[in-house]
Design a protein around this ligand. Structure first.
Ligand code: ADP
Length: 256
């Protein structure tokens, strides 16, 4: 696995109404380790609205306020990442995308070329949805599906989603204490893909459904996705650094 897209959810990056700096540092350390192992990493980071809210408490139920918070939070979040990556001597870049960047081949090629150049220069592109100006129909609305597109069109070997949950269960583990985690998933049932979104937390947007949609998008194309905890990085570390699948759910086509 040479090229990895890592998507981190807003719940992982925030603690109450603050940015969870320790968790962010742990994530940056992991990415730095991957880069030192000669891997290329694209980070898709949520958390702009939450980061904006730490600076200005606007009512985030209103769309214009959310857009304002995202525009305040995005540079703030990037500054935090930039400082943390700088400790490892790694440069970061901001890449803002929206759904229509993947609709037109010409636009996708331009974005691809820019990202290629960044990766070959050892830079970590930090991607987010350009939700400050995009109109609703051009938005994915959640970074899970955006990150699946990023992984596919930018030719990554795997998408890693770091969430507040440590895997995909047979039912919502926050509601059912007897829920069982699935280790490997080869295909996702239509019912699961079309069920109601169940985000967990104030700033979360997608819930498990958008993660399953991201997984389905990649499975159909023969690619793969790994869902693991962003609170405790030990499973993702073993998986990516030591190639040992301890915890977390791997979405991968059944080999013929
Ligand atoms: P993030 O902010 O990391 O994107 P979300 O809160 O949007 O995370 O989505 C993860 C949440 O989805 C979990 O915390 C859990 O409550 C919920 N969920 C619902 N059904 C399941 C399931 N079958 N397996 C895992 N999580 C589930």
């Amino acid at each position: 696995m040479k090229r990895v897209v890592i998507k981190v959810g807003s719940h992982v990056l925030t603690e109450g109404s603050e940015i969870a700096l320790e968790r962010m540092r742990a994530l940056v350390d992991l990415i730095a380790e991957l880069i030192h192992q000669d891997k290329e990493v694209i980070l898709v980071s949520s958390g702009a609205v939450a980061a904006g809210y730490t600076q200005l408490e606007l009512d985030k139920t209103k769309i214009a306020n959310k857009q304002a918070l995202a525009s305040i939070g995005q540079p703030y979040l990037l500054k935090l990442y930039q400082t943390k990556f700088a400790h490892h001597g790694i440069l970061t870049a901001q890449v803002l995308l929206s759904a229509d960047d993947f609709d037109s081949r010409r636009r996708t090629v331009y974005a691809y070329q820019a990202v290629e150049r960044l990766l070959s220069s050892g830079v970590v592109p930090i991607v987010n949805e350009n939700d400050v100006v995009a109109t609703e129909e051009l938005l994915f609305g959640d970074n899970d599906r955006l990150s699946a597109h990023v992984a596919w069109y930018f030719e990554a070997d795997i998408l890693v989603i770091l969430s507040d949950i440590d895997g995909y269960y047979n039912k919502d583990p926050h509601k059912y204490s007897d829920a069982i985690v699935r280790k490997v998933v080869h295909n996702i049932e239509d019912d699961a893909l079309n069920s109601e979104c169940t985000p967990h937390g104030d700033f979360a947007t997608g819930g498990i459904v958008t993660k399953l949609q991201a997984g389905d998008f990649l499975l159909r194309r023969g690619s793969q996705m790994f869902l693991a905890s962003g609170f405790n990085l030990s499973d993702v570390k073993s998986f990516l650094l030591d190639k040992i699948h301890k915890g977390g759910t791997l979405f991968k086509r059944k080999e013929d």
